[in-house]
Design a protein around this ligand. Structure first.
Ligand SMILES: Nc1ncnc2c1ncn2[C@@H]1O[C@H](COP(=O)(O)OP(=O)(O)OP(=O)(O)O)[C@@H](O)[C@H]1O
Ligand code: SF4
Ligand SMILES: [Mg+2]
Length: 329
């Protein structure tokens, strides 16, 4: 059994706004094992991006990490708490150990610079290359690895000369240029055409195998979860609802929210049926409902759900849920 590369314990990220304290991530714990594809899934605004950014303290004011630990296993096998590192060390870690790919590839590229320059800058920052010539050679190799057509030409192109899919390939290549061990892909296909989405997911899968990467995928799409992931964490309104191996989550979803999410997935055998939306809205995280945050939308809500937050319990091997329905009383 591989060891965790990341252990998140009771992570809290709050935004201190004029409208009040927004408890975007409020006591979330999980682990990511070396070599796996781990997914965080949930509706918009549930805290997926904030959680993934907090792993390297990429939280801007008015946001602040209000508590918890993020233990990262370094190359010597020791666990270091990322949240205690200074900004310089974190900058070094971002890219060299943990790389991010965000949803909008155009925003990740500076329109004034060529693709090759982006590679050079990233690798120079981390001391991966000694000269621009070496940088361009590495960039062409990396572009080839991400299946960019005509990499020798594309390396000299400006971002606007590339299609959306090519831009995302370039961004993935840049992300890999310093040989990170953990790749965090935050909705990496949501800005792309449907036909290109599948190609980018396939590319990520191949790169992960070839390089032995650990992949953290953020998505609101259960179809992507089913295709890509080994284990999945379901977030709801800044709380972890359920976590487990992907086949168990699909075969035996425990949390009423996970069950609702799966009902909302288009099922090929019921193609003509309408998608079932989940009734109600994600709560305002400046004044979330007490107890289980899902209770206003939950068809099974009981009195205790409105008062006390359910603890995580393991219902079957490696499959945990936070729901009073499963608590032994
Ligand atoms: N700068 C900010 N100021 C105030 N609140 C913020 C800020 N950034 C994020 N939040 C809050 O944090 C919550 C979680 O945001 P996050 O971006 O992690 O959601 P998400 O799950 O990634 O959603 P999406 O699927 O839309 O990307 C949001 O509900 C929002 O209220
Ligand atoms: S704890 Fe209660 S309200 Fe929350 S999901 Fe379980 S049954 Fe529903
Ligand atoms: Mg997001």
């Amino acid at each position: 059994m591989p060891e965790p590369i990341v252990i998140v314990e009771d992570l809290k990220v709050y935004f201190y706004t004029y409208a009040g304290v927004v408890r975007a991530v409020d006591g979330v714990s999980f682990e990511i094992y070396e070599g796996e594809t781990f997914c965080i899934v949930g509706e918009t605004g549930c805290g997926k991006s904030v959680t993934s950014r907090a792993l390297t303290k990429l939280i801007d004011p008015p946001g602040r990490i209000a508590g918890g630990k993020v233990l990262f296993k370094d190359r010597s096998g020791r666990y270091i708490n990322m949240l205690e590192l200074d900004e310089e060390t974190l900058r070094e870690m971002r890219g060299k150990e943990i790389a991010y790919i965000f949803q909008d590839p155009a925003a990740a590229l500076d329109p004034l610079y060529t693709i090759g320059y982006h590679f050079i800058e990233t690798m120079r920052d981390h001391g991966t290359i000694r000269s621009n010539k070496e940088g361009i050679e590495r960039a062409i190799e990396l572009l080839r690895e991400v299946a960019m057509p005509a990499p020798e030409v594309r390396v000299k192109n400006y971002p606007h000369e590339l299609s959306g899919g090519m831009k995302q390939r370039a961004v993935i290549g840049i992300g890999l240029s310093n040989m990170p061990r953990l790749l965090i892909a935050d909705e990496p296909t949501s800005y792309l055409d449907v036909s290109v989405q599948a190609q980018i997911l396939e590319l990520l899968r191949q790169l992960k195998e070839k390089r032995g990467l650990t992949l953290l995928m953020i998505t609101h799409d259960m179809g992507v979860v089913a295709e890509m992931c080994d284990r999945v964490a379901v977030l709801y309104a800044g709380h972890l609802a359920e976590i487990g191996p992907v086949d168990r989550i699909f075969m035996n979803p425990l949390h009423p929210y996970t069950q609702a999410l799966l009902r909302a997935v288009p099922n090929p055998t019921r193609r003509m049926l309408k998608l079932e939306p989940i009734p109600g809205n994600v709560p305002n995280l400046a004044s979330p409902p007490p107890g289980c945050r899902f209770h206003p939308r939950c068809p099974y809500a009981m009195d205790i759900c409105k008062r006390e937050r359910p603890k995580m319990i393991e219902v079957e091997e490696r499959h945990r849920v936070a729901c009073w329905l499963y608590a032994k009383r």
